[in-house]
Design a protein around this ligand. Structure first.
Ligand SMILES: Nc1ncnc2c1ncn2[C@@H]1O[C@H](COP(=O)(O)OP(=O)(O)OP(=O)(O)O)[C@@H](O)[C@H]1O
Length: 466
């Protein structure tokens, strides 16, 4: 942090041209509970990268403890910005302490210099996003969260106001003032001040004991908030928990978590997003922990692959999202073999046990297991190459569904590791035969997508494709 000694004119708001270190104010953007944000630019700079947002955290009039809280907030934001850089997190470029003895509001204020966004997710929700816009937004949020959690942080205040949209439409997580570093022996939890936004706090938080270091915070805290946000994206900003005030909605969330009320989502939320939100809103930390930002992103990616390969409505996932899903050992890949036993008029499929060398496709998503209409949202993909990340260009066009039985001719145990939605992990793959007439004779099914373990010979190591 640097100390700025440049001058100003002593009035509020800050006038255009006001210097803060290497930066100057252009126009006001808005104010939150703790900060005032201005548009600014690098002094003498002319490129788009020189356009920034200046977040001013003043300590004027605060009791020493509150002033410490503000300073802590700024320190945490700057620290996280330095250590957890990622394209889906707003970048903190600089931090400056203003020295203005004649202007109490500014004297000692901490200024965080950040990448400037065009608007927030709240603005997009208010405008009524299309499903494609909502989908892209949620994928970006999952990607940012996955990175944050992987690097050992919990955001702690995830809400539409803290997801910012850039000029190119991509979303980034912002406002890390309540972020907590995971410190448990296995990096599973951390401690935070009992703060946050009522509407987004998980039900267990209301009963969490307040210890010497604060309340326990885990990544599942952010997953709950994500569930609320997914609902809001498709339900015109409404929370899934009824109530006229944040306190009554928080009470409704606790009723649901205690099993006294069902989870009722708005009919406007499409089935795929409803299932995803319901998993994020699992009532306990333990149930929710099965759904990480990575597995959620994998499901979104898989759906996007399915939609593309069936020629359905398209929406674009940023390439980085696909890569992140792949690197995290995302979901699955595959095709359609013709033996789904629930298909109208189809002959009863052989059980996998009756036909050694055959594997029955297993989809962990309950809603998909129950469906028999082979909707694209419930299809899975087969990989072209088990050594390559699971991305759109590594999936064969034909799809498979829960219950399909595929002929497998060998198994390969050193492929790209795949994690399914239930958190099952495996680097094993089965080589399966594609129907006659397909562009390729075989493709690969990850072992996490079947319960069968037929005794098959090992496959020769596939030649990596370019
Ligand atoms: N990097 C940025 N680029 C553009 N606008 C921003 C940026 N950061 C914040 N804003 C906007 O500035 C306004 C106030 O910011 P913010 O809400 O973060 O302040 P805060 O006091 O930290 O908020 P809170 O009350 O949630 O703690 C909001 O309208 C927000 O969208």
């Amino acid at each position: 942090m640097r100390r700025d000694t440049s001058g100003g004119d002593g009035t509020e708001p800050l006038p255009p041209g006001y210097r803060i270190g290497d930066w100057e104010v252009t126009t006001p953007i808005g104010a939150g509970g703790w900060a005032t944000v201005y548009a600014g630019r690098r002094v003498g700079g002319g490129s788009q990268e020189d356009d920034v947002a200046l977040k001013i955290l003043s300590t004027e009039g605060l009791a020493p403890r509150q002033a410490r809280k503000v300073a802590d907030t700024a320190r945490r934001e700057a620290e996280l910005g330095r250590r957890a850089r990622h394209p889906r997190l707003i970048r903190i470029l600089d931090s400056v302490v203003i020295s203005e003895p004649d202007r109490p509001f500014l004297d000692g204020a901490i200024v965080l210099v950040m990448e400037r966004a065009a608007r927030s997710m709240r603005d997009l929700i208010d405008a009524g996003p299309t499903e494609a816009e909502g989908a892209r937004l949620i994928a970006d949020v999952c990607e940012g969260l996955a990175h944050l959690h992987r690097t050992g942080w919990v955001h702690g205040d995830l809400k539409p106001d803290n997801v910012l949209l850039m000029a190119d439409g991509s979303a980034k997580l912002a406002d890390f003032g309540l972020a907590t570093e995971l410190t448990g022996t296995r990096g599973t939890h951390g401690y935070a001040l009992p703060m946050g936004t009522f509407d987004y706090l998980p039900p267990e938080r209301w009963k969490a004991p307040l210890g010497e270091h604060g309340v326990q915070v885990r990544p599942s805290t952010d997953i709950w908030a994500l569930g609320i946000m997914i609902h809001q994206v498709f339900a015109a900003g409404a929370s899934p928990f009824p109530g006229a005030t944040p306190v009554s909605r928080a009470a409704a969330a606790q009723e649901y978590a205690d099993g006294r009320a069902p989870l009722r989502m708005d009919n406007a939320v499409p089935p795929f997003w409803r299932a995803l939100a319901a998993d994020c809103l699992a009532p306990t930390h333990t149930a929710r922990a099965a759904h990480t930002a990575e597995t959620l992103l994998a499901r979104i990616t898989d759906r996007q692959v399915a939609t593309r390969s069936t020629g359905g409505r398209r929406w674009r996932l940023p390439r980085v999202a696909l890569m992140a899903a792949a690197v995290c050992g995302a979901a699955v890949a595959s095709w359609s073999y013709a033996t789904h036993d629930s298909e109208a008029g189809a002959p009863a499929a052989p059980t996998a046990a009756e036909t050694p060398g055959r594997v029955r496709v297993f989809n962990t998503e309950q809603a998909c297991k129950e469906r028999t209409d082979r909707i694209p949202d419930c299809s899975l993909g087969l990989a072209v190459d088990p050594l390559r990340p699971y991305t759109v260009d590594n999936v064969v066009p034909t799809r498979v569904w829960h219950g399909d039985v595929l002929a497998a001719d060998c198994q390969f145990s050193q492929g790209v590791p795949i994690v399914d939605e239930a958190g099952t992990w495996s680097a094993q793959w089965f080589r399966v035969r594609l129907p006659r007439g397909s562009a390729r004779p075989t493709a690969w099914l990850p072992a996490v997508r079947t319960k069968d373990r037929p005794a098959l010979p090992p496959c020769p190591r596939p030649t990596p494709l370019r």
